[in-house]
Design a protein around this ligand. Structure first.
Ligand code: KG4
Ligand code: ZN
Length: 357
């Protein structure tokens, strides 16, 4: 089954073509092309995503991103019709996300589906992040999809959620952030440190040269008997520390120590909550996804925390951690294969506040 997938929920305009076999669901999904046009340079000027700028750029770029995805999948401009005939469905992110951004992708996908007569599969962006772990992008022979049940930790710029996934599209939410998402906290702390948007990768780099124990930042909710998260207090703690450090801030080492100490506080909370959930539910298949999952120090911390148990840890390839259409195609493939209720075309719409069912 071949799916053309579209993702425009935030500031990445992405189109992918993926393929999966309904006879061999455990092999995961293969990526034929995954074109991501990142709008970061436009938003960086403003220190964060500007919704109006995002939707305008989706509109400007989506046609060329689609064309590039078709070309990279091996079709040229002479046989675009053959390509359209060869796909089985079109998938699109319907939410959650920025309403103007979602509207561009959903409108575009509907027009394509209408013109080609292909079915349209609506995809929840958060489920898309989870299914990034079902992509064997590099045809890795050792590749294996996570087996159920597993714990899913979604850590992105917009979300921080811990879920227990019993089966495809069957899950319970164990906990989530009560305020900022992890990626958002990285970006806001980065802004305080004078870094440009998005600051996550830059904080990670600086942290390699810093001492994670230099500043004793709080580990919010770490001792609480639940699986919720909170990062706004940690962000404020960094702000107050910065205020008291004014004279030293020119020193690169201080910035590196602040970055490392902040990052360590975040990692400690994420690891500890996931470990607690693993112990409580006796589930040691851990599936991490979302932009922050690209962080190498975090990956190492999970590996070391779970090294004593017979745990299986899953992280997507770096390029599949941040927003991309391949993960949307993967989620669509499994939702199609597992007989998710078909939604009539007329009911598919941009849903900015869509959550997990
Ligand atoms: O998944 P994503 O593209 O966005 C949402 O769906 O929300 O994730 C983007 C977020 C940004 O906040 C970015 O700073 C963070 O992921 N991020 C990182 C790293 N790479 C991206 N955070 C920490 N370390 C990284 N290496
Ligand atoms: Zn995302």
């Amino acid at each position: 089954m071949k799916i053309l997938a579209i993702e425009t929920s935030c500031d990445e305009t992405s189109v992918a073509i993926i393929e999966g076999s309904t006879n061999s669901l455990n092999s995961g999904v293969r990526v034929l092309s995954n074109v991501i046009f990142s709008q970061i340079p436009y938003h960086r000027l403003y220190g964060g995503v500007v919704p109006e700028v995002a939707s305008r750029n989706h509109l400007l770029k989506i046609n060329s991103v689609l064309k590039e995805a078709i070309l990279r999948a091996g079709f040229n401009s002479q046989n675009i019709k053959d390509f359209l005939n060869s796909i089985d469905a079109i998938a699109v992110t319907v939410g959650p996300g920025l309403v103007g951004s979602l509207l561009v992708g959903v409108g575009f996908a509907k027009a394509l589906a209408y013109a080609t007569g292909k079915p349209l599969i609506p995809v929840n962006h958060i489920e898309g992040h989870i299914y990034a772990n079902f992509i064997s992008e590099f045809e890795d022979k050792k590749f294996k999809i996570p087996s159920f049940p597993f714990l899913g930790l979604i850590i992105s710029g917009g979300h921080t959620i811990l879920i227990l996934v019993e089966d495809h599209f069957r899950y319970q939410i164990l906990g989530q952030t009560l305020d900022d998402a992890v990626g958002e906290a990285f970006d806001k702390v980065g802004k305080m440190l004078g870094l440009s948007y998005p600051a996550g990768p830059e904080i990670e780099k600086l942290a390699f040269e810093g001492n994670p124990a230099a500043f004793a930042f709080p580990r919010p909710l770490i001792k609480e008997n639940n699986f919720n998260f909170s990062f706004s207090g940690l962000k404020t703690a960094v702000l107050y520390t910065l205020k008291n450090q004014k004279s030293d801030l020119e020193k690169r080492q201080v910035i590196c120590d602040l970055a490392a100490s902040f990052q360590q506080a975040v990692i400690d909370v994420l690891v500890s909550k996931t470990q607690k959930a693993a112990q409580k539910y006796k589930i040691f298949n851990i599936v991490v996804s979302g932009g922050v999952a690209a962080n190498k120090t975090l990956r190492k911390a999970f590996a070391s925390a779970f090294s004593k148990q017979k745990a299986e840890l899953f992280f997507p390839e770096n390029i599949l951690c941040t927003d991309n259409a391949a993960m949307i195609g993967a989620a669509a493939f499994y939702s199609h294969s597992f007989g998710e209720k078909k939604i009539p075309f007329s009911e598919i719409e941009a849903s900015p506040n869509l959550y997990l069912k």
